[in-house]
Design a protein around this ligand. Structure first.
Ligand SMILES: [Zn+2]
Length: 504
């Protein structure tokens, strides 16, 4: 059975119990990419947040239908394609393919449907016609069609903006009122065009999402998502179009993710920076981030904050989140290293208060974790509980005696940590995770793997020969490279790349 949850609704500005249109089902539409450039870490926030949200709802028994569009007809695509001397559709396809590859590397599930403007023209044209027929839109002599904002008295209800206080819409042309926005733009020379009853042209931006939602879901959907920067004018205009075309509510819950806030290091510490931009040289593409860091460290970076909060980003952000992720993997390893059998309560009482606390945390964890996620998808709180559990197992694991006896408690901890799979974390084995970290961090730090392997062999040789000064010198050399050597009780030697130790 689908488990109840609560969600902040931008429309009501409060957290509400979720009540679906159809019992047990969730219809979710999220505004996707305008495909004219590489996707960067700012875009990835919305992608990860909604992917994880869908995963979680499905895990909790909801039948989710997830639709995310591609804007593949747009001014920026046309301009970029002209610069590169290829067709706009070629350019769009290239970035759609790259986006799919980025999503696959990030471990994101594909939406159920990914409609594109170029393949949604019949739905777009029929919606525009319906708005004209009902007096909410008008065609002008220049072959454009405009939405008449004054025809919809509730305009502004989502964003809270009053029509008289609004700046005029960005579209220029022969519209009657400065706030009116374009539903159909007349063809300009050299641009891709489609035939329409009002002459050749292409759709305005906002109409595509209204038409795609209607085509896939009908008049009303459960949840519409997107970045906070889309509330006005994009989502406000979607509401106006859909409500006027269908005379029915459009969206029951509006879910908006906060944006990345760029910071940079100065002598005063971290300060707010400008926005991410090519000209500022501070754009980090998803592809480049994933070459340097495991995908789960990106996922954790986004999920460690509440999805509605602004999220600071700086040069060290992913190093920090990788260190946090490594602590979760290490906590699981500590649990896996614990031995012994018996009744967990008896063992805990015998070992001491820290074991008793660990047992209580492990038992309470699954419910606390789910409770946080079901309360406005609070991944930050849910992960806070996971780090609390990790700290507790590390405390217990510090004592050799406890490690030898706490197996029955540790098995409950391992089970509890499996809850994290539902949000896409701790999904790898420790070996696979460590191999990924080594490969990516060494490459990023410019260290050759063979050099590390050779130093480890030389150190073992020196130790076998009891040449302690030589062994220590090699260890010091490894240390300057950022490599930590670990001598195992069974005599084997393992090593890891050093990560920052500041605990969350
Ligand atoms: Zn949209």
């Amino acid at each position: 059975m689908a488990q109840p949850f609560r969600l902040y609704n931008t429309l009501s500005r409060q957290v509400e119990p979720f009540s679906p249109i159809h019992p047990g089902a969730v219809s979710l539409y999220v505004c996707g990419m305008t495909v004219y450039d590489h996707a960067h870490v700012g875009h990835a926030r919305a992608m990860v947040v909604f992917d994880t949200f869908v995963r979680w709802l499905r895990f909790r028994g909801w039948a989710v239908t997830f639709v995310r569009n591609f804007t593949d007809v747009d001014d920026k695509i046309i301009a970029r394609a002209a610069l590169r001397d290829i067709s706009p559709s070629e350019l769009a396809q290239q970035f759609i393919d790259e986006f799919h590859a980025d999503c696959a590397h990030l471990g994101l599930a594909k939406p159920d449907v990914e409609p594109r403007v170029s393949t949604s023209m019949p739905a777009i044209l029929s919606m525009i016609q319906s708005l004209i027929d009902q007096g909410h839109a008008y065609a002008t002599d220049d072959g454009c069609v405009w939405f008449s904002v004054s025809s919809y008295p509730d305009y502004g209800s989502l964003s809270g903006q009053k029509p008289d206080a609004m700046q005029s819409s960005a579209d220029v042309g022969t519209k009657r009122d400065s706030q009116d926005f374009a539903l159909w733009k007349a063809a300009k020379p050299g641009e891709p065009t489609w035939d329409s009853p009002w002459g050749p042209g292409r759709p305005g931006w906002h109409i595509e999402c209204s038409a795609m939602v209607a085509e896939r879901f009908g008049h009303t959907i459960d949840i519409h998502g997107g970045g906070l920067d889309l509330v006005f004018p994009h989502h406000e205009n979607e509401v106006a179009q859909s409500v006027c075309a269908h005379d029915a509510p459009y969206v029951r819950y509006w879910m908006h993710n906060g944006l990345l806030v760029l910071q940079k290091r100065t002598e005063d510490g971290l300060v707010a920076d400008a926005k991410m931009g090519k000209s500022l040289g501070n754009v980090v593409n998803i592809h480049d981030a994933l070459a340097r860091f495991p995908a789960e460290s990106l996922r954790l970076f986004y999920l460690a904050a509440h999805y509605r909060s602004p999220l600071p980003w700086h040069d060290e952000s992913l190093v920090d989140s990788l260190a946090m992720l490594a602590r979760l993997y290490e906590a699981r390893e500590v649990a896996e290293s614990m031995e012994g059998d018996g009744d967990p309560d008896t063992v805990a009482a015998a070992v001491g208060p820290e074991a008793v606390e660990l047992l209580a945390l492990a038992r309470a964890f699954p419910a606390k974790f789910a409770g946080a996620l079901d309360d406005d998808f609070n991944t930050a709180n849910a992960l806070g509980f996971a780090f609390e559990l990790a700290r507790s197992i590390n405390r217990v694991g510090n004592a050799k005696k406890a490690r030898a006896r706490c197996g029955p408690i540790a098995r409950l901890v391992i089970d509890a940590l499996k809850s994290l799979h539902a949000i896409g974390l701790l999904t790898a084995t420790s070996d696979a995770f460590q191999a990924d970290v080594k490969a990516k961090r060494l490459a990023d730090l410019g260290i050759v793997r063979a050099e590390v392997d050779q130093l480890i062999i030389d150190r073992t040789t020196a130790r076998t020969a009891k040449d302690w000064p030589a062994a220590d010198a090699i260890r010091a050399r490894l240390d300057t490279l950022g490599i930590v050597v670990m001598d195992r009780p069974d005599g084997s030697v393992d090593w890891r790349v050093k990560l920052p130790s500041s605990a969350p």
